[in-house]
Design a protein around this ligand. Structure first.
Ligand SMILES: [Zn+2]
Ligand SMILES: [Zn+2]
Length: 236
């Protein structure tokens, strides 16, 4: 019994706290060893200040000039590509909750933003049925870590998703926007506040834009999106 307990403790500390999530090398408390962290696929430094699309010179991209999203900025450092895509997949669908801290810290450490500039940190909510099926909301876990790192207020229940929107991947551009139109509810007025919304991956940008729009309708002054990884070209 005692030896059982002991081996359990050893297993937990080795597996959860001290081995790299990617290569398994022991002795790496934050989740990824420095080599694996350096190997993650980064977006180019020059990108659109609004949506983070890679653009030479870092100027506003064509899409944002014509149809700007409702969020004011997208903070993201990584491309949704190997091996980060596998990590996110394991976290999300494999219910690897112990990965939330490591992935949340990856999200938090990248952008030097003054914490005082953010009033509330809000996860992109899942629809009730999806939350029930998955067991947890990956965005909620990432947002909680980001809030702790930035010492900003975590507003987990400020927003909700009204219905289970169809999978964006199956739709064309016009359908994506219609699909996301009015998908979110916001519980109270946010006069003049600056909000950071958090998600794991930006694929179409339509989800983030829809949530940002709902927050602005309630009076938010500025909405920034923080995501861990971005598809190289948002299919908007
Ligand atoms: Zn490693
Ligand atoms: Zn842009």
């Amino acid at each position: 019994m005692l030896s059982n307990l002991f081996s359990q403790l050893v297993d937990n500390s080795l597996f959860f706290a001290q081995s790299c999530l990617l290569c398994g090398v022991p002795g790496t408390p934050p989740g990824l060893c420095p080599d694996c962290q350096a190997s993650l696929p980064r977006l180019p430094a020059e990108r659109c200040p609004r949506c983070a699309e890679p653009v030479t010179g870092g100027t506003l991209c064509g899409a944002c000039q014509h149809h700007p999203p409702a969020f004011d900025a997208l903070h993201v450092s990584y491309r949704f590509d190997y091996p980060l895509d596998g990590l996110i997949h394991a976290f999300k669908y494999g219910k690897r909750l112990e990965m939330a801290g490591a992935l949340g810290r990856l999200l938090a450490r990248e952008e030097p933003v003054s914490p005082a500039a953010i009033d509330l940190i809000v996860p992109v909510p899942l629809a009730k049925e999806r939350l029930a099926a998955r067991g947890f909301n990956q965005s909620h876990e990432l947002a909680r870590t980001l809030a702790a790192t930035m010492q900003a207020r975590f507003a987990a229940d400020l927003c909700w998703r009204k219905y289970n929107t169809r999978a964006q991947a199956t739709l064309d551009r016009a359908e994506r926007h219609r699909n996301m139109n009015d998908a979110f509810g916001v519980k109270r007025s946010l006069d003049g506040l600056c909000i950071a919304i958090v998600d794991d991956v930006a694929t179409s940008g339509a989800t983030l834009s829809s949530l940002a729009s709902a927050l602005k309708k309630q009076g938010a002054r500025r909405v920034e999106a923080w995501v861990l990884a971005r598809a190289i070209s948002l299919k908007t």
